[in-house]
Design a protein around this ligand. Structure first.
Ligand code: ZN
Length: 162
């Protein structure tokens, strides 16, 4: 089921999320989030963006290029950020309109669980690292706009499609 995506400045997007609890409900939510993300179309979607403030996100950084790599991250933790940072363009399904230039670590080590409780720990690089940091931010109630200078934020806010 395709779910409505909340848009900034909905207050749910700016609140820290509660730990996710494995359940049939969570599994159904993750399935709906993939469907919603692919339809949008996007490469990542966090549960608070569909009005569920729990620590869950889905991402698939390669599907648009024909190389799907779907990931369900339940209660992710970023254990390490590289010192090397890159500034690149990011869009957000909750902030239609502007593409913002956000500084991110080039690589991160992330630990997470899947819907069966199986734990993963991986070094993420490239687009996966960027996407994971963007979605992880959502779980802490942080948006791309919050990572901009006041001047850049004002410009980006003016570009948001009402
Ligand atoms: Zn986003």
């Amino acid at each position: 089921m395709i779910l409505p995506i909340l848009r900034w400045p909905d207050p749910i997007l700016s609140q820290p999320c509660a730990p996710a609890v494995l359940s049939a409900d969570l599994r159904a939510l993750a399935g709906d989030m993939f469907e919603t993300m692919y339809a949008a179309p996007g490469r990542g979607l966090a549960a608070p963006q569909v009005g569920r403030p729990v620590r869950l996100f889905v991402m698939d950084v390669g599907w648009k290029e024909g190389a799907p790599s779907p990931v369900v991250a339940v209660n992710p933790e970023i254990l390490w950020f590289s010192d090397t940072r890159l500034v690149g363009p990011e869009g957000c399904l909750s902030i239609p309109g502007p593409t913002t230039m956000v500084a991110r670590a080039e690589a991160v080590r992330m630990r997470w669980s899947d819907l069966d409780g199986v734990a993963y720990e991986e070094l993420l690089t490239g687009l996966a690292a960027i996407c994971a940091q963007h979605e992880y931010d959502h779980l802490d109630g942080v948006l791309t706009l919050d990572r901009l200078s006041p001047e850049a934020r004002a410009l980006a806010e003016a570009e948001v499609v009402a």
